[in-house]
Design a protein around this ligand. Structure first.
Ligand code: GDP
Ligand code: MG
Length: 451
C-alpha cells in the first residue's frame, strides 16, 4: 500500500537528517524526489508543487540555522502531508445504528459490508445486513454468501423490485440489531434516478451514517465523485477500497481531504479482515516509519536539554565562552559522544567531522579536563588568561586534581581553539559568510582538533 511513496519519504527524511549542510543541491534533490514520489502516488500536481515550494523556501531560508533547520523541515514536511490527508473522523456508535452504503458500480460496497460486519461484530455489536440493490439479480445472493460465512444475518428479497418495500418488510425484525448495514445499488455515474432512490431509502432508513464507498484506483477522480455525492445526498464519510491493488491511493485520499469528505476506513484486500480505520496521523507515521521519525527527532534534538542548548548558544552569540561553558560542552559530549556533535550544536557549523580515532582517547582526556576545571577558582574559570600569566596556578591545579600540567595546558589550548572558532562563528550568525566558507572552516577545525 503506497509502498513506493513510503520508502521515498523515509529516504528523504534520512537525507535531511544526515546532511552536513542543507545546501541548494541537497534541497533540490530532496524536493525532486518528493515531487516524483507524490505525483506517482497520484497526488494532485498543484498540491505537490505547493508543498515542495514550502519545503524549499524554509530549507533555503538563511535565518533558520543548522540544527533547528533540519528539525523544522522534517516537521514542516510532516505537517504538510497531514494537511494533504485531511481531518480524521471516528464513528461513534449510538444505541441503534444504520449505515447506508453508497457508491457507483463495482466500488466495493457489498464487500465492505462484510468487512464492517466483521469489524463491528468482533467488537460485540449485534450486526445485520440488508440488500436494497434491486438491479443486479446476483446482488442479494452475493451479500448473503458473504454474511453467511460470518454468521451475520442478511435480509434479502431477490424477487422484490422496490427497495422501499424490502426495507418495510424487515423493518420490525431488524430492530433486534444495533447495527444495520444497508447495501444499495450503484450506477455508472451519479444519475438523477440514483439520487432519488438514495433519498427515498434515506427517508425510510434514517441512517446514522451515510458512507460513500470509492475504489482507490479512481485516483483523483475521487474528488469530483465525493463532491457530487456530498452535495446530492450529504455523505458523512468515505471508505476507500482496494488500497492494496493500486498506486493511486494517494490521489483518492488527498482528493477526499480537498473536498472535506473525511475518510473513515480503508479497504486493503477482499477478505472480511481487510479493513482498517483511517487516521491521517497514524497512517502518515507508518508511511514515514514512525520509529524512524521519532528516533530521528530525538537524534536531532540530541541528549542535551533544549534549555541548556539555548543558554549556551545565547552565551556563544555574545562571544562569551568560559571554562565552565567548556566543561558543560565536555559533559554533554560524554552523553552524546563526540566533538562533532558539539560542533553541530554551534549554529551554522553543522556536522563537521572529527577523525574517528580521536574520539576514543577524547573521552579519557575529557574526564581529566573536567577534574582540572573543578579544581580551579571561579576567577580562573572565568578568565583563563590569568593561568598563562601565572604558571604557578597551573601547578597548583595539577596537584589538586592529579592531572599533569601538560594535560592542563593541552586543555587550555583546546579551549582557546574552540573559543576562536566561536568567535569566527559570530560572523556566521550575522550572515556574512557563505556556505562554502563555513564548510572550509569546519574542515579546518575538524583537522586541527587533536586530543
Ligand atoms: P459493489 O458493486 O460496490 O458492491 O462492489 P463489490 O463489493 O461487489 O466489489 C467489486 C470487486 O472489488 C469485487 O471483486 C471485490 O472482491 C473487489 N474488492 C472490494 N474491495 C476490495 C479491496 O479492498 N481490495 C481488493 N483487492 N479488492 C476489493
Ligand atoms: Mg454490490
Amino acid at each position: 500500500m503506497l509502498d513506493k511513496l513510503s520508502s521515498t519519504l523515509k529516504k528523504v527524511t534520512d537525507k535531511i537528517a544526515n546532511a552536513i549542510f542543507l545546501d541548494k543541491t541537497l534541497v533540490e534533490s530532496v524536493v525532486k524526489d518528493l515531487q516524483r514520489a507524490l505525483i506517482e502516488a497520484d497526488v494532485n500536481v498543484s498540491l505537490v508543487l505547493e508543498l515542495t515550494k514550502k519545503i524549499k523556501q524554509s530549507a533555503l531560508n538563511e535565518r533558520i540555522s543548522g540544527l533547528e533547520k533540519k528539525e523544522h523541515i522534517i516537521k514542516l514536511l510532516h505537517d504538510e502531508l497531514i494537511k494533504l490527508l485531511g481531518q480524521s473522523r471516528k464513528i461513534k456508535l449510538e444505541k441503534q445504528n444504520v449505515f447506508l452504503m453508497l457508491g457507483l458500480y463495482g466500488q466495493g460496497k457489498t464487500t465492505t459490508i462484510s468487512k464492517l460486519a466483521s469489524y463491528y461484530g468482533k467488537r460485540g455489536h449485534r450486526v445485520c445486513a440488508i440488500c436494497l440493490d434491486v438491479y443486479r439479480p446476483a446482488a442479494a445472493e452475493q451479500l448473503k454468501q458473504l454474511c453467511d460465512k460470518q454468521n451475520i444475518p442478511a435480509f434479502i428479497s431477490p424477487e422484490e423490485k422496490d427497495p422501499k418495500k424490502i426495507w418495510k418488510k424487515y423493518e420490525q425484525e431488524m430492530k433486534n440489531y444495533n447495527l444495520i448495514l444497508v447495501d444499495t445499488a450503484g450506477r455508472d455515474s451519479l444519475s438523477e434516478d440514483l439520487i432519488k432512490e438514495i433519498k427515498d431509502i434515506s427517508k425510510l432508513a434514517k441512517p446514522t451514517e451515510t458512507l460513500l464507498v470509492m475504489s482507490a484506483d479512481i485516483g483523483q477522480t475521487a474528488k469530483k465523485q465525493a463532491q457530487t455525492f456530498k452535495e446530492a445526498v450529504n455523505i458523512s464519510g468515505v471508505i476507500i477500497t482496494k488500497m492494496d491493488s493500486t498506486a493511486k491511493g494517494g490521489g483518492a485520499l488527498t482528493a477526499c481531504a480537498e473536498v472535506k469528505a473525511p475518510v473513515i476506513f480503508i479497504g486493503t484486500g477482499e477478505k472480511p479482515a481487510d479493513l482498517e480505520t483511517f487516521d491521517p496521523e497514524s497512517f502518515l507515521s507508518r508511511m514515514l516509519g514512525m520509529g524512524d521519525l521519532k528516533s530521528l527527532m530525538e537524534k536531532i534534538q540530541s541528549v542535551v536539554s533544549e534549555k541548556d542548548i539555548e543558554a549556551t548558544q545565547a552565551r556563544l552569540a555574545e562571544g562569551k565562552f568560559t571554562l565552565k561553558d567548556f566543561q558543560a560542552q565536555l559533559e554533554s559530549m560524554d552523553s552524546i559522544g563526540g566533538m562533532d556533535k558539539i560542533m553541530s550544536m554551534i549554529p551554522g557549523l553543522g556536522k563537521a567531522k572529527v577523525p574517528e580515532q580521536a574520539l576514543e582517547t577524547q573521552q579519557e582526556k575529557a574526564k581529566h579536563w573536567k577534574h582540572a576545571i573543578n579544581s580551579m577558582t571561579l576567577e580562573e574559570q572565568e578568565n583563563p588568561e590569568i593561568l598563562e600569566k601565572e604558571t604557578s596556578r597551573i601547578q597548583r591545579i595539577s596537584k589538586g586534581c592529579g592531572t599533569t600540567t601538560s594535560e592542563i595546558r593541552a586543555m587550555l589550548k583546546q579551549y582557546k581553539m574552540l573559543k576562536e572558532m566561536i568567535k569566527s562563528q559570530s560572523s556566521l550568525t550575522s550572515g556574512n559568510m557563505d556556505q562554502k566558507t563555513i564548510m572550509k572552516l569546519a574542515k579546518k577545525f575538524g583537522r586541527k582538533m587533536k586530543f
